[in-house]
Design a protein around this ligand. Structure first.
Ligand SMILES: [Zn+2]
Length: 429
């Protein structure tokens, strides 16, 4: 849309704007707008998601895999789950961070790893954790993090094995709690602002498509009972330390959480620490949309979200169907109609734990997500039950916090693996 049009839109009531943006997306959004629009419009239970689930893990995932973990490594795009024997929890020869042991001669000296005060976002406080503290809890902030992907939470998932019943969802929250996980948002994860207690492990809960089973408000302004957000809040209320936050990836054509005013709904979520992320305006296949169409889909979703929650900064995106635009970089940054976007994290449809944001091989442009599913299927061994068990059996590979957001703590053998921009915060033991 021309800038003049956008200026005109800004003077209109909110529902009119959304409708206008929707029309604009149909008219000039992509080279092949029909599939994208119909995918969004038919976002009844399972429809948009099934195709997403059917999408093979993106090839980019392989870059994020803990490939050094030898025979127990997760499936990659090259080794399809259906034809690969499930990874069985077994002792591993990998070192504490899932990486080969660094030779002692190659490891930086202790003095170069002394944490220095940092003045960056969210970590302005001086370090309070010591190497002894980190060692006591076996901290490993270069370890693996499960990023879980949810869709619908419904009483009867029917044939859609990727939807969960409320009982299954709460059961998974219990598993996470019992395993010592504390939820953080995708933005906190991707920007390296993980702040959880010592000895705890971060987990990222993500919800795609902004469906009514995930969230809604009653006419009185309370969260609708039985929705995923309500279940998460209820669980946290009776499980101290389990921070009830999640990332909601929303489309705006049609508007998110049907039946709930998007202005009130999104603000309610943001006020409680939930993250609102980009899922494109109309759940577009970004590769089919073309370079200009992809940027428009992303920019206009951001515009609509920010219109609902003024001043909100959109930091992460979940790719519909797990499909990257061409070129890939357009999922990270781009612009359309004078609206620029930049993401610290791009969520894929994947099947394995993600690297720590402090790891030198962390790739924010392709973060794999683990699917949660209700019904056993051919790829069940690679979904959340499998991976949470896999990580449980390998505590030395899992991200474990030292409780101090100003430091990045890890066993000395992993010293080579910290990303350059975090070396000033390194705390090796
Ligand atoms: Zn989706």
């Amino acid at each position: 849309m021309p800038d003049l049009t956008m200026r005109l839109l800004r003077s209109l009531p909110y529902p009119v704007i959304i409708f206008a943006i929707f029309l604009a997306s149909i008219g000039c959004g992509s080279a092949d707008p029909k599939p994208a629009v119909s995918a969004a419009v038919s976002s009844s239970p399972g429809s948009g998601f099934r195709s997403e689930a059917d999408t093979a893990p993106n090839a980019n995932e392989s870059a994020a895999l803990p490939t050094e973990s030898g025979p127990t490594q997760p499936p990659t795009a090259e080794t399809a789950p259906a034809t690969t024997a499930p990874a069985t929890p077994a002792p591993t020869s990998a070192s504490a961070s899932g990486e080969p042991e660094a030779s002692s001669s190659a490891a930086p000296s202790t003095s170069s790893l002394v944490p220095a005060p940092v003045a960056s976002k969210g970590t302005s406080a001086a370090p309070t954790s010591t190497a002894a503290d980190a060692a006591r809890v076996k901290a490993n902030e270069l370890g693996l993090v499960p990023v879980l992907m949810y869709h619908q939470i419904v009483a009867d998932p029917g044939g859609n094995r990727y939807d969960l019943t409320p009982a299954q969802f709460t059961s998974e929250l219990q598993t996470l709690y019992d395993d010592g996980y504390v939820p953080v948002t995708a933005a906190a994860f991707a920007t390296g602002e993980i702040d959880i207690p010592a000895g705890k492990h971060p987990v990222v809960l993500t919800f795609d498509d902004a469906t009514t089973s995930q969230f809604g408000l009653t006419p009185a302004g309370a969260v609708k009972p039985g929705t995923a957000v309500a279940l998460l809040l209820e669980f946290a209320a009776s499980h101290p330390g389990f921070t009830p936050v999640a990332t909601m990836y929303v489309n705006f054509a049609p508007p998110p959480f049907a039946g709930t005013d998007p202005v009130k709904g999104l603000q309610w979520l943001v006020d409680r620490g939930f993250e609102i992320g980009n899922h494109t305006l109309s759940h577009a296949n970004l590769r089919k949309a073309g370079a200009a169409g992809a940027q428009r889909e992303i920019a206009l979703d951001q515009e609509a979200i920010m219109r609902a929650v003024p001043g909100l900064r959109i930091k992460t995106i979940a790719l519909p169907f797990g499909v990257h635009p061409r070129p890939d970089e357009l999922s990270v940054a781009g612009s359309a109609d004078g609206i620029a976007y930049r993401h610290a994290g791009v969520m894929e449809v994947g099947s394995n734990p993600a690297r720590s944001p402090y790891h030198e091989k962390f790739d924010g442009a392709g973060i794999p997500r683990i699917r949660s599913q209700s019904i056993p299927g051919a790829d069940a061994p690679y979904e959340s039950k499998h991976w949470l068990g896999w990580l449980r059996a390998r505590p030395e590979l899992r991200y474990t916090s030292d409780g101090d957001p100003a430091t990045v703590a890890f066993p000395r053998a992993s010293s080579q693996k910290i990303a350059a921009q975090y070396r000033s915060r390194a705390l090796a033991y």
